[in-house]
Design a protein around this ligand. Structure first.
Ligand code: PGA
Length: 255
């Protein structure tokens, strides 16, 4: 059985002190369950202090981005090699990286390969803009992002990875996708992976939904066939709200 995964993307919020307090609160409130993994993605600045603080029996730690070269003259960047043994997971190709920082599918593919090469579990983010959805291009966009994102990976590596479906129009807007829209996109992702990497890879792959997830709507996505969890932005900064989201994953997998 695939473990559920509830991920909290803290984005560029919280100084080191605030991040430490939020982690502390989460560790007090988030219940553990053998079939539910919980991962927090603080800013890169706070990854190292939280690596020391975090209780890995309760929660795992992730980075929001990593550069694709292991070392070199790349001012301002942090490599996946440097994050190795500090984080368990790394986001790759989040829509804010793609749209604000101009990361192409090609760059995303190189970053994904670097993360895997450095033994960090990748969460590849894919999703269409509202214009692409309106033009009926969602399936094509997902196909292209998957083709190019995964191009350097083996079937075994794909089997062990995570893909988050995050429609750009739903991120930080409150305009969350309807569960049947999420289902259609998740089916498309799974179908692409099956065609490119085979049944075994698709069966192991975990697919998440993300975009304006909160404690009220979380359960509706967790009930979608083929959806293995959630990537939560804004609501992950509130420990009560995030703990409720984790609790709704527990209720889906049973005691
Ligand atoms: P949101 O962000 O939950 O605030 O919409 C989701 C994300 O960016 O991963």
């Amino acid at each position: 059985m695939r473990k559920k995964l509830i991920a909290g993307n803290w984005k560029m919020h919280l100084n080191t002190h605030q991040a430490s307090i939020l982690l502390h609160r989460l560790e007090e409130h988030v219940e553990t369950h053998r079939d539910v993994e919980v991962v927090v993605f603080p800013s890169l600045m706070n990854v190292q202090p939280l690596n020391v603080q975090i209780n890995r029996h309760k929660m795992k730690l992730g980075a929001q981005d990593a550069f694709y070269e292991d070392e070199g003259a790349y001012t301002g960047e942090v490599s996946a090699a440097m994050l190795h043994s500090v984080v368990d997971y790394c986001l790759v190709g989040h829509s804010e990286r793609r749209h604000i920082f101009g990361e192409s599918d090609n760059i995303v593919g190189k970053k994904l390969a670097a993360v895997v090469r450095n033994k960090i579990a990748p969460v590849l983010c894919v999703g269409e803009t509202s214009a692409e959805r309106a033009a009926n291009e969602t399936k094509q966009v997902l196909h292209d992002q998957i083709m190019s994102g995964l191009r350097n990976l083996t079937a075994k590596e794909v089997e062990e990875m995570v893909i988050a479906y995050e429609p750009v129009w739903a991120i930080g807007t409150g305009d969350f996708a309807k569960p049947d829209q999420a289902k259609e996109a998740i089916d498309t992702i799974r179908q692409n992976v099956r065609e490119l990497y085979g049944d075994k890879a698709e069966k192991g792959l975990r697919v998440l939904y993300g975009g304006s997830v909160n404690a009220d709507n979380a359960g509706s996505y967790l009930g979608v066939d083929g959806c293995d969890g959630l990537l939560v932005g804004g609501a992950s900064l509130n420990y009560k709200e995030f703990s409720k989201i984790v609790a709704s994953a527990h209720s889906k997998v049973g005691k």
